[in-house]
Write a protein that binds this ligand. Structure first.
Ligand SMILES: Nc1nc2c(ncn2[C@@H]2O[C@H](COP(=O)(O)OP(=O)(O)O)[C@@H](O)[C@H]2O)c(=O)[nH]1
Ligand SMILES: [Mg+2]
Ligand SMILES: [Zn+2]
Length: 359
């Protein structure tokens, strides 16, 4: 494996790179992003970068800008460690959440016209997404359910990590509860602090792969990252100094390269996990209910008061819990609302673009 492949470079990117190669642009991976300043990793070097003026002009949505984990193409500024980013290569996948609505005008019917209904891309080009939870008083099954939907939406592989087993004396109960909502998803119970079962992560930490740690603040994402990096932590600190950011200020995602050739992305705690995606994604995250729903008499059954509802029957038989069913309905409603908002926002943007063209 060459240095690029270790960083996750593969034929997918190679193909897209051909156009840029002819223009003399080089590929690099985004390591950090602080405001409009990016740090790139290119052949063992860290470069400080900004996007080109022309790039900025054409990027009218937040998602068009580079994020941590992206492959970008750049031009090196001679005799410096600075670079100009000219394009973001297509993302193999990315983890996104919905940003709270901002701006816009409240209409008389209460609906906000305009405003932004945009996704925030947290990290890109991920193989495995670890959804981390602490087995302490902050444990929240419903939150894990939301992360699972978002990870399926990203197209990366979800794995649940239940951390801080040292603080919990009924770990297997928690594992069982999680198993009920994380259908076909590996669940790893670990304690990073007490070094218990850390080997369980190994199958996902393979050369050329990228893993991301997701979850609320305080669940142990950074502690796990540091434990994995071990002596490589030293290296990371130099990166931090270069960006002028301290060790414990995980305010944005950060990419780190493990000496054995895999890549870790640590993310800040996401306080709000608003869903983003199509309703179809629930076929994966609520696969249990979806399968039962095949037995409903009506194809468009809302599992409410319809006769012949297999889901309600399953609930009455206690095959699925009331909380699980409620989450499912809540997520459907949230994604349907999002769909409306997205359409509204698209109309708004296309009007804006037309206006821009006429100027
Ligand atoms: N008891 C215990 N504490 C842990 C464990 N892992 C992390 N912590 C503690 O949890 C707190 C938050 O950890 P941190 O890695 O900063 O969480 P992050 O916000 O998810 O990055 C710190 O005080 C850690 O020492 C664990 O396995 N057991
Ligand atoms: Mg952290
Ligand atoms: Zn039904």
């Amino acid at each position: 494996m060459n240095a690029q492949q270790v960083m996750g470079w593969n034929t997918f990117f190679e193909q897209h790179y051909q156009n840029y190669k002819e223009k003399g642009l080089l590929p690099a991976r985004v390591v950090t992003k602080h405001g409009h300043s990016y740090q790139l990793y290119f052949e063992g070097q860290f470069l400080t970068a900004k996007v080109a003026g022309r790039f900025r002009y054409h990027a009218y949505l937040k998602k068009h800008f580079p994020v941590v984990g992206d492959w970008v193409v750049f031009r090196h500024i001679e005799n410096s460690n600075e670079a100009i980013i000219h394009a973001v290569m297509p993302r193999k996948n990315c983890f996104v959440r919905k940003l709270p609505i901002s701006g816009g005008r409240r209409m008389s019917n209460g609906i906000i016209e305009g405003g932004t209904t945009e996704e925030q891309v947290i990290a890109a080009n991920i193989d495995t997404s670890f959804i981390v939870s602490g087995l302490d008083q902050d444990f929240d099954l419903r939150r894990i359910e939301r992360f699972i939907t978002l990870v399926y939406n990203s197209g990366s592989q979800p794995v649940v990590i239940l951390n801080k087993t040292d603080l919990c004396d009924n770990v297997s109960d928690f594992v069982n509860h999680v198993r009920d909502i994380a259908i076909n998803i590996p669940i790893l119970a670990i304690s990073v602090e007490k070094n218990i079962n850390m080997d369980a992560l190994c199958p996902y930490l393979q050369p050329g792969k990228t893993v991301v740690f997701l979850g609320s603040s305080g669940v142990g994402k950074s502690t796990i990252t540091n434990a994995l990096l071990g002596e490589a932590k030293q290296k990371k600190q130099t990166i931090s100094t270069a960006t002028g950011k301290g060790r414990h200020t995980t305010t944005s995602a950060e990419l780190m390269i493990h000496p054995t050739g895999y890549t870790i992305i640590d993310t800040p705690g996401l306080r709000e996990v608003q869903l983003w995606g199509e309703e179809k994604v629930l076929e994966q995250s609520f696969n249990d209910i979806r399968e039962i729903a095949n037995g409903c008499r009506y194809q468009d059954c809302r599992h409410d008061k319809e006769p012949g509802c297999a889901v309600k029957q399953a609930f009455q038989n206690e095959w699925i819990s009331g909380e699980r069913l409620e989450s499912y309905k809540k997520q459907i409603a949230e994604l349907q609302r999002l769909d409306e908002k997205k359409k509204q926002f698209e109309r708004y943007i296309s009007r804006k673009m037309k206006h821009k063209r006429h100027k």
